[in-house]
Design a protein around this ligand. Structure first.
Ligand code: 6CS
Ligand code: FE
Length: 298
């Protein structure tokens, strides 16, 4: 099928690294009556992320952690495609599409407060573009090099606009020691167009270690010079919202302390995937929900 949507964010089209302006809003919604205050929306708009410490606690949190541990035990014995193992060990790195395979997480992504916040940010009905647990076991959990999720979701999945964000839920304590997520505040306002061309079936390697679609060191140096670095840390149950185009990454975990996080991505129904801008075939459904499968959540 020929791509008919204009590519406003060309990347991996064989050129050099380019800084392109973001031509989409960060906060699309006008709803003032959502759960996020004007200050919270303002911080998110300015920085590209918003940290909500201890959003979940007590029995609801214990239920989420127990479900994560159940999924981790099952994944260790599974060769399903949704289970991604570390590059250099048999350790489980990620399990995708848990909002479909887990009744507990299917209910979680429909949490009324999270949905209301998603509607405030994205304006209109939303659905889950992708979900995954990123396990980062003690001593063996590897990192995720710097990248913009949108750069991948645009090129490899066909996400047209920057009208999606990730909701990360800490299901173990995220500390400065155990490979927590780092962000470059404000980096969401520039689209870093990357060199090269996407290899066929890139996801079979990129989900273990991403090589294409990652910015060069000069670009990262400049982004950090402009925005600095932040590492939103907090106890299990904390929630991090981050814009689809925010530059982020995390180091390996050489401590005994696990850093297991659940991630799911709210996308606006109006921003449903079109043909991948790479011109290649779409990635599998367990990585990116295609338009015909997109179930509006409210
Ligand atoms: O390719 C993807 O969709 C995934 N890759 C990374 C490094 N972050 C976003 C997403 O999980
Ligand atoms: Fe990412």
């Amino acid at each position: 099928m020929i791509q008919t949507t204009q590519d406003r964010y060309p990347s991996r089209v064989g050129g050099q690294t380019q800084w392109l302006p973001r031509v989409d809003p960060v906060v699309w919604g006008k709803e003032q009556n959502g759960p996020l205050s004007a200050d919270q929306l303002g911080f998110y708009e300015q920085n590209g992320y918003l940290f909500l410490p201890q959003f979940f606690a007590g029995a609801p949190l214990h239920r989420l952690v127990a479900e994560l541990e159940r999924i981790g035990r099952k994944a260790a014995e599974s060769d399903a495609p949704e289970v991604i193992r570390e590059k250099d060990s048999d350790q489980v790195r990620s399990v995708f599409a848990v909002h479909q395979s887990s009744p507990v997480f299917a209910e979680l992504v429909r949490d009324p407060t999270l949905i209301a916040a998603a509607r405030q940010i994205l304006d209109g009905a939303v659905y889950i573009h992708q979900s995954r647990i990123n396990f980062k076991y003690g001593f063996e959990g590897e990192g995720f090099y710097w990248h913009s999720d949108f750069e991948t979701w645009h090129v490899e999945d066909g996400m047209p606009a920057m009208r999606a964000f990730s909701c990360s839920i800490a299901l173990s304590d995220n500390t400065i020691y155990n490979g927590s997520l780092m962000v470059i505040p404000g980096s969401h306002r520039q689209f870093i167009s990357c060199p090269g061309h996407t290899p066929e079936d890139h996801y079979k390697r990129s989900l273990k270690q991403q090589e294409y679609g990652t910015p060069d060191q000069a670009t990262l140096t400049q982004l950090v010079a402009e925005g600095g670095l932040a590492m939103p840390t907090g106890p299990a149950g904390s929630v991090l919202f981050f814009d689809c185009n925010l530059m982020h990454g995390s180091g390996g975990n050489i401590t005994p302390l696990p850093r297991h996080n659940l991630f799911f991505v709210y996308n606006a129904v109006e921003n449903a995937l079109v043909e991948p801008f790479s011109g290649q075939k779409p990635r599998p459904q367990y990585i990116a929900t295609r338009a015909q499968e997109a179930q509006p959540l409210g």
